[in-house]
Design a protein around this ligand. Structure first.
Ligand SMILES: Cc1ncc(COP(=O)(O)O)c(C=O)c1O
Length: 390
């Protein structure tokens, strides 16, 4: 099938829930993807913040091939060597050492909210304005975008409160007024909002506030986690440990997998039946997790993230209003809306993303990005901005 045929088929048979780029990809390798007509793109959208090791990383491909001949699947009613190894490796690399495996980001968030509510006996959740946590009903209730939430307001949990991101006082005043709060949930860098960062003392203050009010602190690290910002969890850079951390996206290099990491004490409170998932912890996903984590560890990829940020920022800073974010989660503020720049960038062979802020373009390049990819990106970007007014 060529690009037009693929687009026609998808648009005919799939319900129109996604706004798509008019690109039909059929192959990927490293930092590049190819469309059905043979055009090559440098993928700085990172397969939607998923392909932290690039496309089809050989160690992961080999691991899932090998596992598929061994045991495709068995659920959590039995023990399994691949799951045991994945759990051990993840626990060794992460700041929290107890794990629930699931299949997606939203499922990890749902699990965190359930555990926080059961543990405290309270229902209230504080999340942040402009934050995103998923689209199933529990995580949707904690997601800011009113256009996603409002049509379902009658069925969403009512005990949800939104604080201003980055403003400790805003969280404190909700905690003072409401006495039903179970958890504070936030993205430590708000990604879709436009790569919005908080100061270290904001996160340290949140930790203290949560301790004072006996409330759980949940970091949604579905984008920031697995080394993307330079440490396995961004919380390490703030010198704090949340009670729960959610992971997904990069964790399986493209094989669907999510994880909730919990503190030992919280994990001790969990009982049989509190949560479950048939496919969570399945063997193919677990083999992908092992291979992803091994690749990150053995190749020192987390340490690369801040270097990649610096090189990209240096290459394009003179052309733009600012470059912000951390590691391989990058926002570029431009005068011209990114909705105008992105299609032209694509014509120059580069995929990047937009955000809720019309003037912030998002880059989520893989941790394997090298100087030559950055030069290629910078050249395309320069060409695009010289024809637009950034
Ligand atoms: C920060 C954040 N949380 C949660 C989710 C939901 O993850 P999933 O789409 O895997 O359910 C996403 C997805 O984009 C996300 O970026």
């Amino acid at each position: 099938m060529n690009t037009q045929e693929i687009i026609k088929n998808e648009d005919t048979f799939l319900i129109p829930t996604y706004k798509k780029m008019p690109v039909a990809l059929v192959r990927g390798q490293g930092c590049y993807v190819w469309d059905a007509d043979g055009n090559r793109y440098l993928d700085f959208y990172g397969g939607h913040c998923v392909t932290a090791l690039g496309h089809c990383p050989p160690h992961v491909v080999h691991a899932i091939q090998k596992q598929s001949e061994q045991l495709l699947f068995y659920s959590n009613v039995v023990y399994n060597d691949t799951r045991a190894q994945a759990a051990q490796l993840l626990a060794e690399m992460a700041p929290l050492h107890r794990i629930f495996f699931c299949n997606s980001g939203t499922e990890a968030i749902e699990t965190a909210l359930k555990i926080a509510r059961k543990s405290t006996g309270r229902n209230g959740i504080i999340s942040t304005a402009n934050g995103f946590h998923g689209r199933t009903l529990g995580s949707l209730a904690a997601t800011w975008n009113p256009s996603y939430r409002t049509p379902f307001k009658e069925v969403l949990a009512s005990a949800h409160y939104f604080a201003e991101f980055g403003n400790l006082e805003s969280v404190a005043s909700i905690l003072d007024k409401k006495h039903d709060i179970a958890a504070v949930l936030l993205e430590p860098i708000q990604s879709i909002a436009g790569i919005v960062e908080g100061a270290s003392d904001y996160f340290q203050g949140l930790r203290k506030l949560c301790d004072q009010h006996d409330v759980h602190l949940i970091f949604d690290e579905i984008q920031t986690g697995v080394g993307r910002t330079g440490t396995f969890s961004i919380s390490e850079q703030f010198g704090i440990i949340p009670d729960m951390i959610t992971l997904a996206k990069s964790l399986g290099s493209g094989i669907p997998v999510g994880a909730l990491l919990l503190s030992d004490s919280l994990s001790d409170e969990v009982r049989y039946g509190d949560q479950g998932s048939t496919f969570g912890g399945g063997m193919i996903a677990m083999s992908a997790v092992i291979a992803t984590l091994e690749s990150i560890q053995h190749n020192g990829l987390m340490e690369q993230a801040p270097k990649i940020f610096d090189q990209i920022a240096t290459a394009i800073q003179p052309l733009v209003r600012d470059v912000h974010g951390r590691g391989c989660l990058i926002g570029i503020r431009t005068e011209t809306p990114s909705s105008e720049l992105l299609p032209v960038l694509r014509e120059h062979g580069v995929l990047a993303g937009g955000s809720a802020d019309p003037h912030v373009m998002r880059l989520m390049p893989p941790l394997i990005t090298k100087a030559e990819h950055i030069s290629e990106f910078a050249e395309a970007f320069r060409n695009v901005v010289t024809t637009a007014h950034v």
